[in-house]
Design a protein around this ligand. Sequence first.
Ligand SMILES: Cc1ncc(COP(=O)(O)O)c(C=O)c1O
Length: 392
Amino acid sequence: MTRPALREGLRFDPGRVPTPCYVVDAALLRRNAEILNAVRGRTGCRILLALKGFAMWSAFDHLRFALDGTCASSPHEARLGREEFGGEVHAFAAGMNEAHVREFAALADHIVFNSFRQFEKFRDIAREAAHEKGREVHFALRVNPEHSEGHTPIYDPCGPCSRLGIHRAEFAGKSLAGVTGLHFHTLCQHNADALKRTLEAFEARFGDLIGGLAYVNFGGGHHITRPDYDVELLCRLIEDFKARHGVQVYLEPGEAVALNAGFLVAEVMDVVTRGMPLAILDTAVPCHMPDVIEMPYRPEIIGAGAPGEKAHTYRLGGLSCLAGDVAGDYSFDEPLSPGDRLVFCDMAIYSMVKTNTFNGVNLPAICLLEPGEETPRVVKTFGYEDFKGRLS
Ligand SMILES: Cc1ncc(COP(=O)(O)O)c(C=O)c1O
């Protein structure tokens, strides 16, 4: 049974999909893409999809018109970007070995290094490996502006002793010959005011190096498609930066591309009272929405309120053995019963890309709701072979 209250704001009936499943609404994806395309159109900047945040390649048709390509954190992501998205591929990893570099060189247009040691060791190997494939590869350096915008420490690349990005002091005595761009990534779910402060810190430290370069990549973490995001300020910052330095600007958002464009539908399997009413769902939080525990944060559920806000409060947990397999406490107008469907919001980003099969828990099906349609298409289901295939 699906309660009408659970359906508000949804373009599909959660009672008519397999559970657990991710449903990505392509109309919502396109709405985000239009916003990003407008930034691109106005400023002439280039925008890449950060595959680490959203890599549902069956939905890429809805994004390609708005984005210039992808950024990859590994050879596998670079290959997916090359095969399924097209356009430019930029690759960065905090550490690379020769095999990684050779794979990147065969797939990526730009390789971004995290240290002078890695750049100097691998630039010739990368250039030759690219030439062997009849391609050309460009090099950039990731820098650390040493300006922290203060958020969850594990998501702060400018925190104390961070391994991410070359410090200005490390440039002493180094040549930038062969370097095409600088890259920084310092933000996480931030508005444009944080970018403004970051750019001031970046230019104070690295401004004198930009002259001979082709581009600066402002990384990800720009929450551009959030309703309160200051798109006007972002555009001004990009336009002014380009005018000041005469270089191209790249952004590589992950979250902003698929923000609020997807859902995780789960079913209540059991309801028990142990100190308080508990509902056990056919999902597992550490497997299907690990950021809820890792970040941590409280996902929105359609039709549910804060504990005590509505008549019936439950702690919602998953089917795994982990005591902490808990999504949080939520209240509902009606008591929950086995068979009820719950719809977790904003589950397109950093969810599918982070799933795991701990406890042998099956992966959620992946569904795509096309614009103008009412029933999500099941794009992919998983089973025992996916679990077994990761082990030996
Ligand atoms: C180098 C780099 N680029 C882009 C991103 C995407 O960030 P977001 O999804 O917050 O926009 C990340 C996220 O960790 C990153 O590390």
